[in-house]
Design a protein around this ligand. Structure first.
Ligand SMILES: Nc1nc2c(ncn2[C@@H]2O[C@H](COP(=O)(O)OP(=O)(O)OP(=O)(O)O)[C@@H](O)[C@H]2O)c(=O)[nH]1
Ligand SMILES: [Mg+2]
Length: 433
């Protein structure tokens, strides 16, 4: 007798399967292939694939046609026939030619780490800016790689709208994509202008940016320091847009904190270029807080990747404080002692328990005050009304009300000095008028 499944039990639609391929190249593989491949597994899972098999190969040279050697290609092909996956994902960037050759051999989609990262970004983009930036990077990446296999894109989420196509159709698609790239670039120039104006308006305020490897806890720290409720998730690239908030809790100065997009090893070049305006937020900061997940076994490697990317962005000359996060999850506190010893400008924190967050706050205050310059200001009694305004952007150390006028001993930032001079000029003009 057949038994029917009860109505309320629904089978979940199965995820598309994927086979993962990594290589190690003696002397230049950093991090090691297995670690990088494990991370590719997380990326694939975040992009909603189910990894069903993994392959690694030690390579001394790259095969210009198939990236890996012919023996490995045969092995992978057998696995493809066995598992019938939606895609084979390589951990390294493939050239358009390698992509094509491999698709012809495996008869399924072949993609690389860059494309997976682009898919995740595309899924997580929420604002007009992030969507435009990701779409531009995807188009630029796809343009030289259009093949019949990319027709599968149309069946995937938010694909670039191509059908399973022949050569003529591919030509048409290329033209369509080029014009789309053009449009997106123009749109980004406009967004960049708007962002610049926003940044200009904030020019006098001290800015702190949270940077670091994806999933390190940047958004959690943002929430801890500002009381915001930015999205925190245990997934890669939860944050794509720079959120800016004032640090309010227990904080004596007007400081803006921005949460930024996470960094990762082998971040696609097109993506870094497209995210220029988001990353300008980092370049524009007076202080960076490099958030590190100290409970991650590969935290030093992740720090190195983040530092390399910061250097590429031209942000390596900004003051930096390292926040070793997730200390509540450490198996052994010696890890923290070693890390703090190795990196002098660092502090151990836990966004989950709040431990160490006060020390981090003190470090931000220290860096803020370091930038302030002393300033002595003499005002007329008729200008007494200005004192309240000045207090908003300068530290008033001493204030003397004498018969001749008011003397203020201030400490302020260079931006605030310019603002003060502007206010004084305005007040003189008003008095004269
Ligand atoms: N145990 C522990 N987990 C934490 C801590 N801080 C953050 N997490 C967890 O780490 C995961 C990632 O946190 P997020 O704040 O989203 O990390 P992020 O750096 O903003 O990540 P992206 O936006 O994806 O780059 C979440 O599951 C958090 O709950 C901490 O101090 N201890
Ligand atoms: Mg985040």
């Amino acid at each position: 007798m057949k038994t029917k499944a009860p109505n309320h039990i629904r089978t979940r639609p199965s995820k598309p399967k994927a086979i993962l391929v990594g290589v190690s190249m003696p002397g230049i593989s950093s991090p090691p292939a297995e670690i990088s491949l494990e991370e590719l597994g997380s990326l694939a899972t975040t992009a909603r694939y189910e990894p069903v098999a993994t392959f690694t190969q030690r390579l001394t040279g790259i095969n210009s046609k198939t990236f890996v050697g012919s023996g490995k290609v045969e092995e992978i092909k057998l696995a493809v026939e066995h598992h019938n996956p939606e895609a084979v994902i390589f951990d390294e960037e493939l050239s358009p030619r390698q992509n094509r050759e491999l698709e012809n051999i495996f008869k399924c989609r072949v993609m690389d780490r860059s494309w997976i990262i682009l898919e995740i970004f595309s899924d997580h983009a929420r604002t007009r800016e992030a969507k435009t930036q990701v779409e531009l990077a995807r188009m630029k990446y796809a343009l030289p790689r259009l093949t019949r296999m990319w027709g599968h894109l149309s069946r995937q989420r938010g694909g670039i709208g191509m059908k399973d196509v022949g050569e003529t159709q591919i030509q048409l698609d290329r033209r369509m994509i080029r014009s789309q790239i053009n449009k997106l670039e123009k749109k980004l120039v406009q967004i960049d202008k708007e962002k610049k104006t926003q940044r200009k308006n904030r020019a006098e305020t001290y800015k702190v940016a949270l940077v670091g490897y994806t999933n390190a806890g940047k958004s959690s720290l943002m929430n801890c320091l500002t009381g915001a409720d930015t999205l925190v998730e245990d997934k890669l690239f939860a944050t794509l847009d720079a959120t800016v908030r004032k640090i309010k809790k227990n904080f004596p100065y007007p400081v803006l904190l921005s949460d930024t997009v996470g960094l990762i090893n082998k971040l696609p070049h097109d993506l870094v270029a497209s995210f220029k305006s988001t990353l300008d937020e980092v370049r524009d900061a007076n202080l960076l807080i490099h958030v590190v997940d100290l409970s991650h076994p590969e935290y030093t490697e992740q720090m190195r990747t983040a530092n390399d990317l910061l250097q590429q962005m031209g942000a390596d000359d900004i003051d930096i404080v390292i926040a070793f996060n997730k200390i509540d999850a450490l198996p052994d506190m010696e890890i923290l002692d070693r890390a703090l010893h190795a990196f002098p400008s660092s502090v151990g924190i836990s966004c989950q328990t709040g431990q160490g967050v006060e020390s981090l706050r003190q470090k931000i205050i220290y860096h803020y005050e370091k930038k302030l310059v002393p300033y002595r200001l003499e005002l007329d009694h008729s200008q007494a009304i200005l004192v309240q305004e000045i207090r908003k952007f300068a530290l008033v150390l001493k204030e003397d009300y004498n018969p001749d006028g008011i003397v203020l001993n201030l400490r302020l930032s260079l931006g605030a000095k310019a603002k003060l001079e502007f206010i004084l000029k305005r007040s003189l003009k008003t008095a004269a008028g």
